[in-house]
Design a binder for this molecule. Structure first.
Ligand SMILES: Nc1nc2c(c(=O)[nH]1)N[C@H]1C(S)=C(S)[C@@H](COP(=O)(O)O)O[C@H]1N2
Ligand SMILES: [Mo]
Length: 299
């Protein structure tokens, strides 16, 4: 089944960073392309973003190998066009949708988010994306849905890392429905002025800035609305170390290392270590989601 948005418009463009900074409300590129409304987001942090070089050369994307340089070295051959996403489970309009249809009508914004890996390194990334809630509302979430499950592409001929049985592919992640609907949760399709670099999860990946990096699943091909907490890759591998929630929390250590501080990539040998903030600095926005929950228990 194909998606039939009532207000079909041409394929949205990647935002142009310079035009954003100039404060342009809308712009046109080629005649075949759309005119889109765009603005930098109020949700952005004022922190200085990492360089494009940092963001695209120090990655975790195990489908391309487990080394931090492997995704940059091995992801170039990933075919990202055409791309479709299956949206299924407890939704009114299940289907397999072209990426262009998924994006149509979703307001793209540039959002500069802090990004914190469970391994205690961190970056600040100027993502371009749209709220996941916008897409979920479009397909109609049924009242019985409680969680959202995500899966990454598995394409062995383009992903050398999936030959390793260490992970039970596909890479999968999940959010509680209220986390998925939170305005900070975005589907990102680019960063800086570029379409999403392949090593960062082209053509579309999740970004959940108050959670450890592994929740932000890359190269998504399936989004399922479900009524039970879904299985997630790192929890399946090592449940004592990686919980379902995985909120950034300096007071709850990983069993093998402290989570109280982090090293900012690119900040230099001596300047880079800083205290980690509760919910990665987004406490005011998201703490209410966990009211009454023991976060040491629900790590
Ligand atoms: N499909 C998939 N998504 C993934 C991963 C992965 O190995 N495979 N690694 C995760 C981890 S551990 C982190 S820290 C972030 C890294 O995102 P970045 O490379 O864009 O900084 O991606 C997350 N998403
Ligand atoms: Mo990570």
């Amino acid at each position: 089944m194909r998606l039939n948005w009532s207000d079909v418009t041409p394929k949205p463009l990647w935002l142009n960073r310079r035009q954003l900074i100039a404060g342009a409300a809308a712009f046109a590129a080629t005649p075949a392309m759309a005119r889109i409304e765009a603005a930098p987001s109020a949700y952005s942090t004022a922190d200085e973003p990492n360089s494009l070089e940092d963001i695209t050369s120090y990655n975790n994307f195990y489908e391309f190998g487990t080394g931090k340089g492997d995704p940059a070295a091995n992801a170039a051959g990933l075919t990202v066009d055409p791309w479709s996403i299956t949206i299924d489970g407890l939704v009114d309009k299940p289907g397999t949708y072209d990426l262009a249809d998924v994006m149509t009508g979703q307001p793209l914004e540039e959002r500069i988010y802090r990004f914190r890996c469970v391994e205690a390194w961190a970056m600040v990334v100027p993502w371009i994306g749209f709220e996941l809630a916008g897409l979920l509302n479009r397909v109609g979430v049924q009242p019985s849905a409680k969680f959202v499950a995500f899966e990454t592409l598995v394409r062995p001929e383009e992903m050398p890392g999936v030959a390793s049985p260490f992970i039970e592919w596909p890479y999968r992640e999940g959010l509680r429905l209220d986390e998925a609907m939170h305005p900070l949760t975005i589907l990102a399709t680019g960063l800086y002025s570029e379409a999403m670099p392949k090593q960062n999860g082209a053509p579309i990946r999740l970004v959940v800035p108050w959670k450890y990096g592994f929740k932000s699943i890359k190269s998504i091909v399936r989004i399922s609305l479900v009524d039970k907490m879904p299985k997630t890759t790192w929890n399946m591998l090592q449940p004592s170390e990686y919980g379902f929630y995985s909120n950034v929390n300096p007071t709850v250590d990983h069993p093998r290392w402290s989570q109280a501080s982090e090293r900012r990539i690119g900040a230099g040998l001596f300047g880079g270590r800083q205290d980690t903030l509760m919910f990665n600095g987004y406490e005011a926005e998201v703490a209410s989601l966990y009211a009454g929950m023991d976060l040491a228990e629900n790590y």
